[in-house]
Design a protein around this ligand. Structure first.
Ligand SMILES: [Mg+2]
Length: 224
């Protein structure tokens, strides 16, 4: 069996700066969970004649020149993704009802935001955008699969329920391997992506609605 994904040094250091706590914990992704991403990416791409080849949350090897059908090279994809993040990070729309559901939960649980964000220089803008949408929770920036960071966050809270919400099957499966006691919740805000997203075994819910998700979380955390 492959080893669980390790925590990146960058995420490990940031997690060490959080106050120690034994409270229940909600770990929440940003793009397609708290903030919309695909709608901004489509808009950014359309202005440049670039679109997704397949309607899945995969950017590398999945970007196409709309007029010619030419697939972008990996390097072109990397440039496009970085330029897209740099452009949209300060004005991404919030997903409906995310802020109110998290605010209600925050009376009972600690909330930490775990995000893979291309470019450290975008961290401040991301925090500001989240705060502007009433999502003022600590942000941990990560690179690669998130299992190691989830396990590190969960380390001091063995007795309390912990839930990890993400749109990416890669991160949910990585968390299952690294921290099997953490409950996964699969949330995908974008309707097209939601429709095409593969089911992930072992998650407690697959949803595109924060009211439904908030109810499920309240039940898990005993905060209903
Ligand atoms: Mg995401």
């Amino acid at each position: 069996m492959p080893h669980p994904d390790p925590v990146s040094p960058q995420a490990y250091w940031q997690i060490g700066q959080l106050p120690r706590s034994a409270k229940p914990l909600l770990i929440c992704d940003v793009d397609e969970v708290l903030l919309h991403f695909m709608r901004h990416l489509r808009e950014f791409g359309a202005e440049r004649g670039i679109g997704l080849h397949k309607p899945i949350y995969k950017l590398h090897d999945n970007l196409v020149e709309l007029q010619t059908g030419r697939m972008l090279s990996r390097q072109e994809c990397s440039h496009f993704i970085q330029a897209c993040f740099d452009t949209i990070v300060s004005h991404q729309d919030a997903v409906d009802h995310a802020a109110e559901q998290l605010a209600a939960l925050s009376a009972h649980v600690d909330i930490v935001i775990l995000t893979n964000l291309p470019g450290d220089h975008n961290r401040h803008a991301r925090e500001q955008t989240l705060r502007s949408h009433a999502l003022p929770y600590p942000v941990i920036t990560n690179t690669g699969p998130k299992g190691g960071a989830v396990a590190e966050l969960a380390k001091t809270r063995r007795q309390a329920p912990i839930v990890f919400v993400d749109d990416s099957p890669l991160h949910l499966i990585s968390a299952q391997k690294a921290a099997p006691h953490v409950t996964g919740l699969h949330f995908i805000a974008d309707p097209e992506l939601y429709q095409h997203a593969p089911d992930v075994d072992g998650v407690c819910l697959k949803s595109n609605c924060w009211v439904e998700t908030g109810q499920q979380l309240k039940e898990i955390f005993g905060a209903a």
